[in-house]
Design a protein around this ligand. Structure first.
Ligand code: PLP
Length: 385
């Protein structure tokens, strides 16, 4: 008798081989499990909360929740069009920019086509390429930055999509507009460059980005932005893509018509105008980054300068172990073993109080470690992946 086929046998290999996404642990779960009051610095959310204007706008719209959303997102797209001086037909909305990454992969990839990016970049690109049946190609980083020359060299006739997160998650590093100009000039017409500026609002750098110029003039280009970070709306799931009308029309063909909820659209509209919340969020983040840059070296740790709302920390120890130890002290961070960096963790910049609590917890952890004879950070520096 032949063995009965399990359901697993019916899952195509390109889906079965996808590594599941590992989300940051929810605060409620940790508090329930450990009985400690926790702070979450694991998912790069805005520690100041949502834009208050967005919250007010949502309250006014709650009563209309029995209605489907506007499938075209007209009012928000109109506002974005005005704000960025980009025609409406060049803008589409997604349930977070993550959905737009997936949709782009579905539109442009398929068996035999390649999605190209760097190692140690946003894991959702790899997932999207594989789910679309494409082949993922990753180029090594240089000093924790995207190596755009290496990327350009690796572009071939099957490369349909190139993905750059700028700044990059989890390293917090950026590539300059000049470097991207150079890359774009070398890309064949059949290769689309997708730049993800999820953390763009936090960047303070004179040569950061002029991606909107590319949106206006370059057909093989797509720019992603999100309301999840500086606007504090991660729980609502809303982001947008800007690119050539043909690319946008193709995305619209494959997306679910009601992919972005009414509340998310209303909140995003209000959040765009909430300059005060944006200013406070950026300022609070800047102070947090400065605090980390000052205090971490005092603990024998160094982190590469971050342009985003998190830091990338080489911890010189098994980061999963340190994650557990910090958890017991009520601090949730993100160990990066799941992406091949077992000695590194990513820590979101929190409120000032949260940042100090993290530093205190880290101090305790390092003290316990040296009391147990575990080599300190300085002596193992360089062994990290
Ligand atoms: N892009 C990058 C580089 C990110 O790090 C993240 C979130 O962590 C996202 C996109 C996700 O954004 P969204 O919440 O809009 O899906």
């Amino acid at each position: 008798m032949t063995a009965k086929r399990g359901l697993g046998d019916l899952i195509p290999a390109h889906i079965a081989s996808i590594r599941p996404y590992v989300p940051g642990r929810p605060i409620e779960e940790v508090e329930r499990e450990l009985g400690v009051e926790a702070i979450k610095l694991a998912s790069n959310e805005n520690p100041l909360g949502p834009s208050p204007q967005a919250v007010e706008a949502m309250k006014r719209f709650l009563e209309g929740s029995h209605r489907y959303p506007d499938a075209s997102g007209y009012y928000l797209r109109a506002k974005l069009s005005e704000r960025h001086a980009v025609p409406m037909e060049q803008i589409t909305l997604g349930a977070g920019s993550t959905e737009l990454i997936q949709l782009m992969a579905r539109v442009l990839l398929g068996p035999g086509n390649e999605g190209l990016t760097s190692e140690y970049s946003f894991v959702m690109f790899a997932q999207a390429v594989q789910a679309a049946g494409g082949k993922l190609v990753e180029v090594p980083m240089k000093e924790w930055r995207f190596d755009l020359e290496g990327l350009a060299e690796r572009v071939g006739p099957r490369t349909r999509l190139v993905y750059i997160a700028n700044p990059n998650n989890p390293t917090g590093t950026l590539v300059t507009a000049t470097e991207i100009d150079r890359l774009l000039a070398q890309l064949p017409d059949a290769t689309t460059l997708m730049i993800d500026e999820a953390y763009g609002d936090y960047v303070d750098h004179p040569d950061y980005s002029h991606s909107l110029d590319y949106v206006r003039r370059q057909p093989n280009f797509l720019l992603l932005r999100t309301f999840s970070k500086v606007h504090g709306l991660a729980g609502l799931r809303i982001g947008y893509a800007m690119g050539h009308p043909d690319l946008i029309a193709a995305i619209d063909k494959v997306r679910s018509p009601f992919n972005v909820s009414r509340l998310a659209q209303v909140a995003a509209l209000a959040a765009l105008d909430d300059d005060e919340h944006i200013r406070r969020s950026v300022e609070s983040n800047r102070r947090g980054l400065e605090l980390f840059a000052r205090e971490l070296p005092r603990l024998g740790l160094s982190c590469i300068p971050s342009f985003a709302n998190f830091i990338f920390l080489e911890i010189g120890n098994d980061a999963q172990e340190d994650f557990q130890a910090l958890l017991k002290l009520g601090v949730i961070v993100r160990p990066l073993g799941f992406m091949g960096l077992p000695r590194a963790m990513r820590v979101t910049v929190g409120t000032e109080e949260e940042n100090r609590r993290f530093l205190e917890a880290l101090k305790k952890l390092l003290a316990t470690r040296s009391a147990h004879g575990v080599p300190d950070i300085q002596s193992v520096r360089g062994q990290s992946t």
